[in-house]
Design a binder for this molecule. Structure first.
Ligand SMILES: [Zn+2]
Length: 572
């Protein structure tokens, strides 16, 4: 690793010239074609990997800088150029991959890198071809259009203007009237934009369907799965998994909602959708200090948690790899990304003084911790696994933080823990709702917006039967809740990943309550596997129950009831 003392702001940005990139890529492809034996082939592959790592890191630094300051014109221009260039560059990678899968010494490479390496490449060849570039460009544009509409929301409430995330605090208010009004206000925004957003989605669905058919698939579902790198499970297995959630988790979630109704003093039959936002009559837990205090507490926590997590967190701070606090000009949201060339994770977020801030310090840091532990894996394609596996790292870290949450929430620590567990269980029925809906959508690509809403409503009533919207929430009332779920637009079929990871993270919670040391070692081992294995194989290698196997969801959920019962709800 070079420049060990480098701080993030000292990383230089190199100007990208498409012409040079194309020349370089063509030269690598020619070299690979010319390499006739394993030894010379491997040399080209290593050189290509080094070049890609540098290029990708530069692109990532540009996008981080842009998200840190969207008002910087020079960086905005660089970001625009990258956006335009990427589909063309994907095409060169595709050409490289086509040559790579056919090299005469493939068996030797498989021995060195594992057969999964080629499975990944074949997978990406199956999900991309030059002929779908026009659709991909159009899809990107429409997804950005959706993001812009959502980002432009200006909701007037009590004489002030708020965006949708800012309205969140009112929709969780202790005052019932405020919760109700805020929820209706948000729905009114969707009433205004329903036709426009519905139309964007119709176009997206048709484009995805068209791209899939161009590549020879029956519909978009199979292509969507391939694009997510799912090589060892399919839509049939996901369907059976949803059935397990429906049978074992939906009833547990309904019980939790009933006890929540009792806790906040509203008869269950009279609860409305907005009432479920309030966990406790005494209010939801809030962090007890400013951002500086929270980072200090996180430092203490990661040092006490283990030697490697302490070293890692110091590394993040030393190299200025945490940009946490909201500032004018900063993009909304939060993410973790990885700078391959420098082997550094980077965390971006917008602290807002709520529970969310602590979540960044546990969830996103969990992602970064895995990136840090896998930073030396070779080839670099194996450093990060598919997305459902990535969420195990982050969601499990949320649970590993439990013994320290009093640092963040003081006397409300138990309220946080109990609420966290309830939320995580209640999330599963919602997660499968969004997933089943998307399977319906891509099986009926020419359906109208109204038909889509009807399908959503039918699924929603099956999995979250407690959800009753007030009459004024017209969009939600006729099955349009999904309009606000951005994944449906920008990342088809991705949503189920959060639920799969949650089922795995629960296993770490249960093991942690029995033997924290042992559970932690198991977690570190999982993180260190990086992306060397596909999802199901990764679980097997790390002795985690596979959610697709019949009966396993029930086995994971059962011990959670004991943990839930260990809290004294009456004290909240
Ligand atoms: Zn995550």
């Amino acid at each position: 690793m070079k420049n060990v003392d480098l701080k993030f702001e000292q990383i230089p940005i190199k100007k990208i010239s498409l012409k040079n990139v194309e020349k370089k890529m063509m030269s690598f492809i020619e070299q690979l074609k010319a390499a006739k034996d394993y030894k010379s082939g491997l040399k080209v592959i290593n050189a290509f990997e080094k070049y890609s790592s540098k290029f990708q890191t530069n692109v990532t630094v540009i996008s981080i800088r842009y998200s840190l300051n969207t008002t910087d014109k020079a960086i905005a221009k660089a970001q625009d150029e990258v956006d335009e260039m990427m589909p063309l560059i994907s095409n060169y990678i595709n050409m490289w991959n086509k040559v790579l899968v056919k090299v005469p010494y493939r068996a030797e490479l498989e021995k060195k890198f594992s057969p999964y390496y080629f499975k990944m490449i074949e997978n990406s060849l199956k999900s991309f071809d030059e002929k779908i570039i026009p659709e991909l460009i159009e899809i990107n544009k429409l997804s950005s259009q959706y993001d812009r509409i959502m980002g432009s929301a200006q909701i007037e409430y009590k004489g002030q203007i708020y965006n949708i995330p800012q309205m969140g605090k009112f929709s969780k208010s202790k005052l019932r009237e405020e919760r109700r009004e805020a929820s209706i206000k948000i729905d009114e925004f969707f009433q205004e934009h329903e036709a426009e957003i519905g139309d964007i989605y119709s176009k997206l669905v048709l484009l995805r369907d068209k791209a899939a058919k161009k590549l020879g698939y029956k519909d978009f579902t199979e292509l969507g799965y391939l694009s997510l790198g799912r090589v060892d499970y399919d839509a049939k297995m996901v369907e059976k998994y949803r059935k397990q959630i429906a049978e074992t988790v939906v009833p547990v979630a309904q019980k939790l909602y009933k006890s929540q109704a009792k806790r906040i003093g509203i008869p269950f039959k009279k609860m409305y959708s907005y009432d479920y936002n309030l966990m406790y009559l005494s209010g939801n837990p809030e962090p007890t200090g400013d951002p500086e205090y929270l980072v200090e507490s996180a430092t203490k926590m990661y040092h006490e948690m283990s030697k490697e997590s302490g070293e890692f967190f110091d590394f993040m701070k030393e190299h200025h790899l945490l940009d946490l606090v909201a500032r004018p000009g900063k993009q909304p949201g939060g993410y973790m990304t990885f700078l391959d060339e420098y082997k550094m994770p980077f965390i971006f977020s917008n602290f807002n003084g709520t529970e969310h801030d602590v979540n960044v310090l546990t969830h996103e840091v969990g992602h970064a911790f895995q990136g840090y532990l896998s930073r030396n894996i070779k080839p670099s394609d194996f450093r990060s696994p598919t997305l459902e596996a990535c969420e195990i790292h982050s969601m499990s870290m949320e649970f590993f933080a439990w013994p320290w949450v009093q640092l963040f929430f003081g006397k409300d620590a138990d309220k946080y823990r109990y609420g966290h567990l309830c939320d995580s269980i209640e999330f599963l029925p919602y997660g499968i709702t969004i997933d089943e809906f998307q399977h319906w959508v891509y099986a009926h690509p020419t359906a109208t917006h109204e038909e889509r809403c009807k399908a959503y409503q039918e699924i929603e009533r099956r999995y979250t039967p407690h959800k009753v919207y007030p009459e004024e929430m017209k969009v939600a009332n006729h099955g349009g809740w999904w309009l606000r779920q951005s994944h449906v637009f920008g990342s088809p079929f991705y949503y189920i990943d959060y639920t799969l990871a949650q089922v795995c993270a629960f296993q770490f919670l249960v093991e942690m309550t029995k033997n924290r040391e042992k559970a932690w070692r198991k977690y570190v081992k999982l993180c260190k596997c990086g992306g060397k294995y596909p999802f199901v194989e990764l679980l097997k290698k790390n002795h985690l129950r596979n959610p697709f196997e019949d009966g396993n969801v029930a086995k994971v959920i059962k011990p959670l009831k004991k943990i839930l019962n260990s809290f004294d709800e009456t004290k909240f």
